[in-house]
Design a protein around this ligand. Sequence first.
Ligand code: SAM
Length: 341
Amino acid sequence: MDDNSHPRIALTRASSNPPAASAFSATSFSPSVPDHPEQGTSAPEGLSTHDKPLAPGLYLVATPIGNLEDITLRALRVLRSVDRIACEDTRQTAKLLGHFGIRTPTISYHTHNENARASELIEALKSGGHIAIVSDAGMPGIADPGATIAAQAVAAGIPVYPIPGANAALSALIASGFSADRFTFHGFLPSKEGQRRTSLEFLRSHLTEPATHIFYETPHRILDALADITAIFGPSQRITLARELTKLHEEFLRGTAADVLASLRARPSIRGEMVLLIDGTPSPVASTSASTHPTLADEVASLMRSESLSEKDALKRVARSRNISKSEAYREWQRSALRKG
Ligand code: SAM
């Protein structure tokens, strides 16, 4: 099998793609577009470049998720032309701007000052300002700050412009080997074990139609997440783990949940950024195996039977053991009652 071919199911440990260009190693790149390329740029029919100076408004600018070559010409032009760039981390963005020789002033805009900063920026936008929002990597607003100010700008009647580019979830999806016809992006799985299991159980019980499920995950939680997926969806559940997308050590682990888990467990350390994808076509094996895993409702029923606990006490106990709130346990319990009914 050559480097570029891989069976859809077989686990491919080595990088299944040719190595991506070095992460953050693009050589000095100066697009042949002037600061204001609006002057007379012609484009093939159906495509356009803008012929006017940058319009006032809010620009949500995607930045690379590892490989600097993934910046777009338009992103560079916008970042050069706006009055200010609001950054998740000004130091991180300074590296990107420095690389492309952009000297636009920056301002911090992160989870902790999002609300206060958004109001300030909205005032500037109301007086005709041009503001760009960037996150540390990828698309602002996707598991990153950006959505709050976009919503406020829309509510205030301020134009909001998406400047598309790299995104980890979609990059992983298109190379996963799973269907991209229907998919759901879930962001990060809950970090607490009980909440994570409850979310996965809920997802499994709603796999009525084929669709791909996409999660962001961290290296220190991936083994636990995969162990839960193996238990809840069954060891034969097909998954893809996309690591270090667009970077030097880009890697796809494609296979069953059990195989990918075993492969990661065998490594001395697990590093890098990662996207986890679950193929939402339940296999008969997965369904059989999953049905033997006790759900929250099973655990409640079992406690009521074995220890003669009331419903309320059993729910409290299960909530405690799963490290979730009583109301969350109650909601999951009601959902399973509805499913059974
Ligand atoms: N806004 C970003 C986007 O558009 O993809 C996502 C930001 S979120 C805070 C960061 C998470 O995205 C990481 O923990 C990882 O799960 C995923 N991610 C970001 N870059 C990645 C990469 N190069 N390879 C794999 N996953 C990545």
